[in-house]
Design a protein around this ligand. Structure first.
Ligand code: NAP
Length: 314
């Protein structure tokens, strides 16, 4: 089976590539990034698909970023993700791809979704406005899956990874999610001998976190055994208060100073947890413990930070 992985140089792509190679063989996996083909260009999409003739496309290529970038460039987030989604669905259908796997973000759920957030809540309200241009563009994947299945028989599995963390994440101080941001802050506080790190909010909000390698691990199932219009949350479903996350990361990083909480800063949503019943009904789970996943992520970060490796977005 020939598999094309787009977005292979990204965070989830780097976790998924070894899984695909182990399952289908190096010679059957084609991994591309924007350097190989600009997938916003229809001709490039056609060239890629006619050159490799994949039976399966795992379509990760997307234009993603932190909240600052989403605020600054909403039109780019909207336009690029609509185009990256639409062109690949259309190309895959015209080039007779049998199966597509398409990830949508947990941020696509309504801002007012009730936790645990089950899949049925997706179209019941508008997402967080700051990232809505990105997250609504990604929602078009569910419409693409529905439409191209009916008109062309393209079988698409839409997955919804939750709050992912792991090796290869974005650790940039201005633009990273909570886990990589904390890892970097405690690591640098340790290096600088700081005796206090101030965190925003009360530390009370609860989130669930999923190790990216656990998401990657279930991709072959969605290639081989899943065939449905229904999107599936891929998360751990385990509730973790932000305060506990901070304390665990500080401990694992080896930071011995104080953690202070600036309660004048906003907390965000009190609880955002993904329902995992649909995933569990398929016999799947993401069960790397937070501690074990953090340990590996921190080890990777420390090694790359020290070497200032270009594998790390700093
Ligand atoms: N990260 C999350 O927490 C999360 C959660 C849920 C869903 N997702 C979805 O999962 C997928 C992977 O996310 P990620 O975090 O791995 O993203 P990422 O690290 O930002 O990687 C994005 C990938 O897309 C490629 N790309 C961007 N523009 C392109 C273009 N015009 N043509 C070809 N390739 C292009 C990039 O290539 P270059 O490296 O060459 O620029 C990179 O390989 C995305 O579809 C995202 O929406 C992510």
């Amino acid at each position: 089976m020939k598999v094309l992985l787009t977005g292979a140089s990204g965070f989830l792509g780097r976790h998924t590539l070894p899984v695909l190679i182990a399952r289908y063989g190096q010679e059957n996996v084609v991994a591309v990034s924007s350097r190989d083909a600009d997938l916003m260009d229809r001709t490039a999409v056609d060239r890629l698909l006619s050159e490799h003739k994949p039976e399966v496309v795992v379509h990760y290529a997307a234009y993603s970023g932190g909240i600052g970038a989403n605020r600054a460039y909403p039109a780019d987030f909207y336009f690029r993700n609509v185009i990256l989604t639409a062109l690949m669905f259309d190309g895959a259908a015209r080039h007779k791809v049998r199966k597509m796997v398409y990830p949508m973000g947990g941020c696509s759920y309504p801002a007012k979704a009730t936790s645990p957030i089950d899949e049925a809540q997706l179209w019941t309200g508008f997402p967080q406005p700051e990232s809505a241009p990105y997250s609504t563009a990604k929602m078009m994947g569910t419409v693409g899956a529905f439409s191209y299945r009916r008109q062309y028989g393209l079988d698409t599995s839409v997955i919804v990874p939750g709050n992912m963390y792991g090796e290869y994440d974005n650790f940039h101080p201005l633009d990273s999610h909570v886990v990589p941001a904390m890892i970097r802050r405690y690591h640098e506080a340790g290096l600088n001998g700081a005796d206090e790190v101030v965190m925003w909010g009360s530390g009370k909000p609860e989130r669930d976190f999923v190790y990216a390698a656990d998401v990657a691990k279930v991709i072959p199932y969605f290639i081989e055994q899943y065939s449905s219009d229904d999107w599936v949350n891929i998360s751990s479903g385990v509730r973790t208060p932000i305060r506990e996350l901070a304390e665990t990361i500080a401990e694992l990083v080896g930071y011995r100073g104080r953690i202070a909480w600036d309660t004048t800063k906003p907390d965000g949503q009190a609880v955002k947890i993904f329902a995992t019943q649909r995933l569990a009904a398929l016999g799947l789970s993401c069960d790397t413990s937070l501690r074990a996943g953090l340990r590996r992520t921190i080890a990777w970060f420390a090694q790359h930070y020290a070497a200032r490796s270009d594998g790390l977005r700093l």
